[in-house]
Design a protein around this ligand. Structure first.
Ligand SMILES: [Zn+2]
Length: 311
């Protein structure tokens, strides 16, 4: 937003940026960045800004004549949508967003906006996910059956955020976990932020009836395990070629993003009259929105860096 000297999740290092959450594709080592305290706590040293302003959710901050407020995005610990208000106009940037969060959370609240900039990770009709509670139940059953027959269940999930969200979702089934080393710093950061995770240890050979969680890429530690089965826990479960490529034995469609239908729901809940799509299937999603009468356009990479408030 050049008029306000403010960049939203920029890919290059900036003087002043809002970082919506701690994933690598959203956080760079900016000179000054605005984010939630939990996001700052989850950032590894090499992606921490040189100077940070911690902005709690729901607290307005004046920046370059506009008012910026962060709202919970339900994607991972600390994740936030960015609402920018100026001259009576409201622009909402979703960052990565999860609307339906299962029985333990209410649906993520979407602030009203005139213009919506929405993520498009699962912006194709093939990405429709079942009820998250049902999927978690299926994952729990899969783990229990394997443990009962002396096989180690291995859940393949992103080390930052997804691993911990899966642990929390499975908490009520009473499993203990063994985390591959890349998941460990993020599990510690969740606990430092006050989140109570179910019992876990760092994976180190013997698993003693624990559920193992590891990132999908680089499975050296997993190959050393005795009899085991792997499953991808991700929205990409809907894409058979993808999960076969990561070498999983099976897959469960449990995501920390909106599915195709939820993206439409977010547009409706925001009440936005103009919609811009970013990240992932931006072109395709904008086309699907337009087919349903929504005024929508994809933002190309260079435009993402220079989005202007409407006059
Ligand atoms: Zn993300």
């Amino acid at each position: 937003m050049p008029a306000h000297g403010l960049w939203l999740d920029p890919h290059t290092i900036r003087d002043r940026a809002v970082v919506t959450h701690a994933h690598a594709d959203h956080a760079r080592r900016h000179r000054h960045a605005v984010m939630t305290e939990a996001t700052l706590g989850l950032l590894p040293e090499n992606r921490r800004p040189r100077d940070a302003t911690v902005l709690p959710l729901g607290t307005p901050m004046v920046a370059g004549g506009a008012t910026v407020t962060l709202h919970d995005a339900g994607h991972m610990l600390g994740s936030a949508m960015v609402l920018v208000e100026h001259g009576g106009h409201r622009i909402l940037y979703t960052g990565d967003l999860k609307l339906r969060r299962g029985r333990s959370h209410p649906k993520t609240a979407i602030p009203a906006a005139d213009v919506l900039v929405i993520e498009s990770t699962y912006g194709l009709p093939g990405f429709r996910f079942p009820d998250p509670d049902w999927v978690v139940e299926e994952v729990a059953l899969w783990c229990s059956r394997l443990i009962a027959s002396g096989v180690v269940p291995v859940l393949l999930a992103h080390a930052a955020g997804k691993c911990q969200e899966v642990m929390l979702a499975l908490a009520r089934y009473g499993f203990s976990f063994a985390l591959e080393e890349r998941c460990v710093p993020f599990a510690r950061a969740y606990e430092t932020a006050g989140v109570e995770l179910p019992d876990w240890i760092e994976l180190d050979g013997a698993t003693d009836g624990r559920v193992v969680i590891a990132p999908p890429a680089g499975k050296a530690a997993i190959r050393k395990l005795p009899r085991h089965r792997t499953t991808l826990v991700s929205g990409w479960a809907q894409d058979r070629t993808f999960w076969r490529k990561v070498g999983a034995d099976c897959a469960f469609p449990y995501s920390d993003h909106c599915d195709f239908d939820e993206l439409f729901e977010v547009v409706e809940l925001s009440g936005a009259r103009q919609v811009y799509t970013v990240h992932g299937y931006a072109t395709e999603l904008a086309r699907h929105f337009r087919r349903r009468g929504i005024r929508a356009w994809p933002l190309a990479q260079d435009e993402q860096l220079g989005f202007l408030l409407p006059a």
